[in-house]
Write a protein that binds this ligand. Structure first.
Ligand code: TXA
Ligand code: MG
Length: 376
């Protein structure tokens, strides 16, 4: 946007906000009611999308950094803002079946099912329609499409009247943001507008499924069990081998969700993790269930509880902010508990596996080797 237009745009926001009861946090941050989005505020954000700017907005999974999916130049800004590799395609967000079918080809046999299950935290990879800019699909013949189950996201797409391409609103490689304040800290002014709609509902990104091969390429809140029930057949689940050059989904080859400090994932019985955690003599973070945290009394341990073992959705919701906090505290490293990999647990373990970058241990001796220091 040119400076004069930017000024007008800001003035427009200020005027709108002066006339309303809504809180203005800074000139480009809009606090919007997540259940009943205020149309005046949505219009401001939609205008920014229409003029080729980036808008960060909440979805039911995580916050997205959105641009007009039909505007190649606007989509390029997403890659620059995130430092995202050009070969990693974007998810296109739609508000209707009609809009979905304007960007991709939904196989006839699945049309009815998609119509029933959307909006929900599931993304379908389908054959793309020609009009999409190259940057959105990273040159692939397919496009990832999703209809988010969040009133703000749906209202924004509807008002902008265009599909919105949006990856998660984090710097490439970092955990996805589940609150607007994380975006303000990490991306700052790279987004023309940041919509603050409070914490997201699930806290983990959508399930991504390739409809052609019926394979889950990224597990998420829409579980394999639910997919099997809705489609009447079991999806395959893709487990990426290490060091793949050409994976089924480009995002799989990049390290993700990683804090700057080392993170070690424990695989074994919880009681053993309690023993190990109580024996460590350096300052560290331990991320785990309430049950684990309640069993640790070591003064060197900074405990971050994710939630009760019986509530995996709560654990999922708190996971990314916990991973980010490792870097905020004065600790040397983090260790994390493993969870059963069924239901949403599959998605939790997928993110933890990537966040620890293969650093997995089940005994103190292994942890020492991984840390490569004499004493811990
Ligand atoms: O919940 C979500 O999905 C969030 C919110 C904002 O909607 N978005 C999100 O986008 O997580 P992103 O870009 O962080 O992750 C999209 C994933 C990437 O791993 C990418 O490689 C994959 O989807 N993807 C996108 N288009 C694809 C395609 N045509 N074929 C295979 N994988 C694709
Ligand atoms: Mg992402």
């Amino acid at each position: 946007m040119q400076p004069s237009l930017l000024f007008l745009f800001k003035a427009n926001i200020l005027e709108t906000l002066n006339n309303s009861k809504y809180k203005l946090l800074s000139n480009m941050i809009l606090k919007v009611n997540p259940l009943k989005p205020e149309s005046k505020l949505i219009k401001i954000a939609a205008d920014a999308i229409k003029s080729g700017e980036l808008v960060a907005f909440p979805t039911e999974t995580v916050y997205g950094l959105g641009a007009d999916a039909l505007n190649g130049e606007a989509c390029n800004k997403i890659f620059t803002a995130k430092g995202r590799p050009q070969d990693n395609p974007l998810i296109v967000h739609v508000d209707s079946m009609k809009m979905a079918e304007s960007v991709g080809e939904i196989p006839k046999e699945y049309r009815q099912i998609l119509n029933e299950i959307w909006p929900s935290p599931i993304t379908f990879i389908i054959k793309k329609k020609a009009k999409l800019p190259k940057s959105v699909t990273a040159g692939l013949e397919t496009v990832a499409v999703r209809m988010p189950a969040h009133p703000i996201a749906l209202a924004l797409i509807k008002e902008a009247n265009t599909p919105i391409a949006a990856p998660s609103a984090n710097l490439s490689g970092k955990p996805s943001p589940t609150e607007a304040k994380t975006i303000i800290e990490e991306l700052g002014k790279k987004a023309a507008v940041i919509i603050d709609g409070g914490p997201t509902f699930f806290g983990l990104e959508s399930t991504v499924i390739d409809l052609d091969s019926f394979t889950i390429v990224r597990p998420g809140p829409f579980t394999p069990e639910e997919i099997a029930k809705k489609f009447g057949k079991k999806p395959k689940i893709y487990f990426a081998p290490k060091n793949i050059e050409k994976p089924i989904s480009p995002g799989l080859k990049y390290r993700h969700y990683a804090p700057d400090k080392p993170l070690f994932l424990f695989s074994g019985k919880r009681e053993n993790l309690t023993k190990i955690s109580n024996a460590i003599e350096r300052d560290f973070c331990v991320i785990g269930s309430n049950e684990l945290c309640n069993s640790i009394y070591n003064k060197h341990a900074l405990k971050i509880s994710l939630g009760a073992l019986g509530n995996p959705y709560e654990i999922a919701k708190n996971l990314f902010s916990a991973l980010r906090s490792i870097d905020k505290y004065a600790v040397d490293f983090g260790i994390c508990e493993s969870f059963p990999d069924e239901g949403i647990g599959l998605a939790i373990m997928n993110r933890l596996g990537k966040a620890c970058g293969g650093n997995i241990f089940s005994e103190m001796t292994q942890l020492k080797k991984l840390i490569k220091i004499g004493h811990i």
